[in-house]
Design a protein around this ligand. Structure first.
Ligand code: ARG
Length: 570
């Protein structure tokens, strides 16, 4: 039984003995318990204002009376201050309880099963065919991956979806350009580079040459009509793009359950458009079909172009219905940059207007831009920073640092990969997701800052302490050894982990977990510098080793939730 529950029943008993029978329930009391902002105000606090009405007394009087009536051996003492009851848990018991709770859950501390039986669809990364993965895609990929991990940790079934951008007139142009100016070997060899070259050349030449532009449109029509040759080339372009992306996904440790992208919905839009029609939601505007969203302060949602062609929104609409039908999701998240805020507001509104209240279960998890050394990353501006290059560069830099700091390390390449990739991911997930961030090498790879290497290093330090102590050294721990302020602080941060996970999910904000990992590392390092872990008193030493082990496990879990690995030696 945790402390909140124990305090709750102690309060309930005290109410009965001080005020007689009451209709107050354990639940009301549990809900009211708070964790004070400062440790000096106790480990938990209960505001007696909530009882004033049913007990018909002033809160300070209630607090005084309850303080007198309270009996609990797990408490060091209780204070009554201005209508608040402040509870101070016995320090040794507090440390022992939390540390044991962490160790007994075997790396699953903070997990839960509240999601059992529920499915969450997460649409993330969602790259575009014939385009390279640039650093701007990192946020979508890693925020989405972290959310997927967090939900799984709480027992949900997660369907991770890469909603590929694999539809549009540009693909007709690239296929057309390929037929004229390229060949199989070049595309196989240069991949997306060659596709980009072809596209750029086509755009330049078709600008002057109207017949060429027409030829590009014809090739797109052929793809649309399922012409075997056109489809074969297009699908092969898709494979080449995905092969490229797979290298990045492998480095990041990211996997998808579904690659159903825009083209997947080719044959699934008609019923949705018909439904919009018979529900009277479609109106004509200059030949196009739209859903008027003026009453909701938004521009119209375009459903069909004048020539009957479908749009990005039409496909997303079909995708939403498909996902609801196929997965019966409890939630469907879209991890997409803030530029598409309007698109998703429109999408959700249209589903609302169609009369489906599950539009409430859809959420746009929006995020800001990543720039690189202050420069924005636009394809048009010419300055494009590719994610694969950034990751490779990070690995090389990490490798240099490792070579310098621990030349004797065995698996340097493996560790360099974990640290280098971790540094980039951590940097991306450190700030509130809606903030724009500017990537800086020095900051990302700093072993002393708020970085992955710092947290990973702390984890490796814990591993090293535990290795030296050997197995079984944590038995018969005397938790009275953990009553100093530094150890207590570590325990307090450990206790906050489950709540941090809950909040990260509730707010779709993985950065809470990233920051948490820094808090825990800092608290532990402070303890580590102030206290000797190994000492003459074996039982006290065992308690400090168990605390170290708990920190090791929780850092490892926290990092894995945000997609970062924790090497045991660095
Ligand atoms: N491919 C799009 C882009 O790169 C993102 C797609 C997001 N997902 C969606 N269902 N619209 O901008």
């Amino acid at each position: 039984m945790d402390f909140k529950q124990r305090i709750t029943s102690a309060i309930l008993t005290a109410i009965q003995s001080a005020f007689g029978e009451t209709d107050l329930t354990a639940d009301t009391i549990l809900q009211g318990l708070e964790i004070p902002p400062e440790p000096k105000l106790g480990d938990y606090a209960f505001p007696c204002f909530k009882l004033a009405k049913s007990l018909r007394k002033a809160p300070p009087m209630i607090a005084d009376a309850l303080k007198g009536a309270l009996q609990a051996d797990f408490l060091d003492h209780v204070d009554s201050v201005k209508g608040y009851l402040n509870f101070y848990i016995d320090r040794a018991l507090y440390a022992g309880t939390i540390v044991k709770e962490v160790l007994e859950s075997n790396g699953r501390y903070g997990s839960g099963d509240e999601g059992s039986g529920k499915t969450i669809c997460i649409d993330y990364s969602s790259i575009n065919i014939a385009k390279r993965f640039h650093i701007g895609h990192l946020s979508s990929t890693m925020i989405g991956h972290a959310l997927a991990q967090l939900y799984r940790f709480r027992g949900y079934r997660v369907v991770s979806i890469n909603h590929l951008g694999d539809w549009g007139t540009q693909f007709g142009k690239i296929v057309c350009a390929y037929k004229m100016w390229s060949d199989r070997e070049t595309v196989e060899r240069d991949g997306i580079e060659e596709m980009t070259r072809l596209y750029v050349r086509f755009e330049q030449e078709s600008h002057e040459d109207k017949a060429l532009a027409e030829e590009g449109r014809r090739w797109f029509k052929r793809i649309e009509d399922g012409d075997p040759e056109a489809l074969e080339i297009f699908n092969w372009f898709k494979d080449v793009t995905l092969r490229d992306a797979a290298r990045v996904y492998d480095l990041l440790g990211v996997h998808f359950d579904s690659y159903a992208g825009e083209s997947f919905y080719n044959d699934k839009m008609a019923p949705v458009v018909e439904e919009l029609e018979w529900k009277g939601l479609l109106t004509e505007s200059e030949g196009a079909k739209i859903v008027d969203l003026e009453p909701y302060g938004m521009p119209p949602c375009l459903i069909l172009k004048k020539d009957g062609a479908t749009l990005y929104a039409t496909r997303d609409l079909a995708a939403a219905f498909y996902r609801k039908k196929t997965y019966d999701f409890a939630k469907c998240l879209y991890v997409v940059a803030y530029q598409q805020d309007l698109h998703f507001r429109q999408l959700f509104k249209v589903i609302d207007l169609m009369g489906y209240d599950w539009y409430r279960d859809m959420e746009h998890v929006s995020f800001g831009m990543v720039s690189f050394g202050g420069e924005a990353l636009s394809t048009r501006g010419g300055h494009v920073v590719y994610l694969e290059d950034v990751l490779k560069n990070a690995i090389v830099k990490a490798r240099d640092i490792i070579e310098e700091k621990s030349p004797g390390l065995e698996n340097k390449d493996e560790v360099a990969r974990q640290v280098g990739v971790g540094a980039v991911v951590f940097f991306d997930l450190y700030n509130n997701r809606i903030k724009d961030i500017s990537f800086e090498w020095d900051r990302a790879l700093n072993f002393d800052g708020e970085t992955a290497p710092y947290v990973q290093y702390t984890h490796a330090r814990c591993c090293s302490v535990l290795r030296k102590a050997g197995p079984g050294a944590g038995e018969q721990a005397d938790y009275a050894a953990l009553t100093d302020p530094e150890a207590q602080d570590v325990v307090r941060v450990l206790e906050q982990f489950p709540g941090t996970v809950s909040e990260a999910i509730a707010r779709s904000e993985p950065s809470l977990v990233t920051r948490y990992s820094v808090d825990l590392a800092q608290a532990f390092n402070k303890f580590y510098y102030e206290h000797r872990i190994m000492g003459d008193d074996k039982n006290a030493q065992a308690a400090r080793l168990n605390l170290t082990d708990a920190v090791r496990q929780v850092i490892r879990t926290a990092l894995s939730l945000i997609g970062i690995q924790a090497p045991e030696r660095m």
